[in-house]
Design a protein around this ligand. Structure first.
Ligand code: PFF
Length: 453
């Protein structure tokens, strides 16, 4: 290594960057429709349990491994795991970063494109849901539209990561995250003050337990993983830039709190508006790009709120995508001695190219499928359903059994002395959750997504 490794300039900078990674399309696009399809509040309660019992313990473990080794996922597992198997777990994280970003950037591009659509006022032409659907389908059916926006989205991410940890990621997050919170509050207030908003609130606050099945628990756990950016070393990499005086437990709780808050607020903003305008809440993945544009046309001030909404979604996607790119960049900078500039430009470019077949999955390559999945679906499936849970499983096993609490705890204690001295039951709970609950639950999810049961 030729230069000293960078660190966050402040604790708040780390929290905002990590919350930025966590808060993304998963919160604003996916969470509301998944909750909407799976019993509303009943799903949310199960999801919260998964976040606390599995998400938070694994998040703390990732940050801990990163801080202890001050390294990217591969370097971290090499330093602590000392064998090829563990190194390959780190490598799987870097590869997952490549793949996730390649499709994430395509959807980020749609969001950018929808800021332009919203600004152009085209939504006001929609008289019914079919028109909004047809518009979306025709946009993603256009290879030029979809690829150029994917390119624009990647360019923004590359520009931020080029600036480095402090001047790029941290500065960007310190500007974008407060903006995201403000826009979210404006949208929630708009939703709540619409006539008929209470039906939307009832939908998210009133548990419909009859809609809950074993499947719901699995979906909730998968969502908990994706939304907290776990299982691929993103939080590990961000954690490698913090210092020994940071309280990892407190940071983990704050990140989880912010992520959950934004998911819930997104649910409130979206469902109050969807119900108040008489639309269908269970429209699945099309909720944001197909249902919402119509919702905006029927809502007072809809023009302005539609622009704000897609700005919010884009900001959330950008602060997540930079964390994905940073995992890849950190590996080439730490382990291969590349300059940040070269690593960002080369791998930003490669990820852009890898994203092209994802973008073309909605048009030219829509018939090009493997096991019934397009390239886009396949990239999403392999990472979200296989690589992330597998990574999370091994991170839990690694800390609880291989590295072991005896070696891990003294590192965790740095900055968290007060917890160890006064609230040691919290540490005990973390140890138990990580050792027993997390691996078993994650394994169940994995087996289920592989179709074993
Ligand atoms: N947490 C992000 C979201 O909810 O959209 C997705 C994500 C970002 C997953 C970064 C993994 C990751 F490393």
């Amino acid at each position: 290594m030729n230069q000293p490794r960078e660190q966050w300039a402040s604790k708040l900078g780390f929290i905002l960057a990590a919350a930025g990674s966590a808060i993304g399309l998963g919160n604003i696009w996916k969470f509301p429709y998944v909750a909407g399809e799976n019993g509303g509040a009943a799903f949310i309660i199960i999801y919260l349990i998964c976040i606390l019992v599995i998400g938070l313990p694994v998040l703390i473990s990732e940050i801990l491994i990163g801080r202890t080794t001050q390294s990217n996922p591969v370097g971290a597992f090499r330093a602590l795991g000392k064998n090829k198997f563990w190194i390959s777990i780190g490598a799987m994280g870097v590869i997952a970063g490549f793949i996730i970003l390649s499709f994430y950037s395509v959807v980020g591009g749609w969001s950018l494109g929808y800021i332009i659509e919203a600004s152009s006022g085209v939504f006001s032409n929609f008289s019914d849901g079919n028109a909004a659907n047809a518009h979306f389908v025709s946009l993603i059916g256009n290879p030029v539209w979809i690829i150029s926006l994917h390119a624009l989205f990647m360019t923004i991410s590359v520009a931020i990561v080029l600036g480095g940890v402090q001047k790029g990621i941290e500065k960007g997050s310190k500007f974008l995250m407060p903006l995201l919170f403000i826009i979210m509050i404006v949208l929630v207030l708009r939703g709540l003050t619409l006539e008929g908003a209470e039906k939307g609130l009832d939908f998210i606050l009133n548990p419909r337990w009859d809609q809950i099945s074993a499947e719901t628990v699995l979906v909730a756990l998968g969502q908990a993983f994706f939304t907290l950016s776990l299982g691929m070393g993103a939080m590990l990499t961000y954690g490698s830039y913090i210092s020994d005086s940071d309280n990892i437990f407190a940071s983990g709780v704050q990140i989880v709190f912010l992520d959950t808050l934004i998911a819930l607020l997104a649910g409130v903003a979206i469902f109050t508006a969807v119900f108040a305008t008489g639309q269908n809440p269970g429209s699945g993945p099309g909720l944001i790009f197909q249902t919402l544009p119509l919702v905006f046309t029927k809502m007072p001030g809809g023009y302005l709120f539609s622009i704000l909404f897609f700005l919010l979604l884009t900001i959330a996607a950008i602060t997540s995508s930079i964390s994905l790119l940073e995992v890849v960049v950190a590996y080439f900078v730490d382990d291969k001695g590349w300059s940040r500039k070269n690593a960002v430009l080369v791998f930003g470019g490669i990820i852009f190219i890898l994203g092209i077949p994802c973008a073309l999955s909605f048009n030219i390559l829509s018939d090009f499928t493997l096991l019934g999945l397009t390239w886009f679906d396949m990239s999403d499936y392999v990472t979200s359903n296989l690589m992330l849970p597998l990574g999370g499983f091994f991170i839990a096993i690694f800390v609880a059994y291989f590295w072991g609490y005896q070696r891990a705890l003294p590192n965790l204690r740095n900055g968290a002395e007060i917890l160890f001295e006064k609230y040691s039951w919290i540490i005990t709970a973390w140890k138990i959750f990580l050792k027993y609950f997390s691996p078993v639950m994650i394994l169940l999810v994995l087996l289920h997504s592989l179709g074993v049961f």
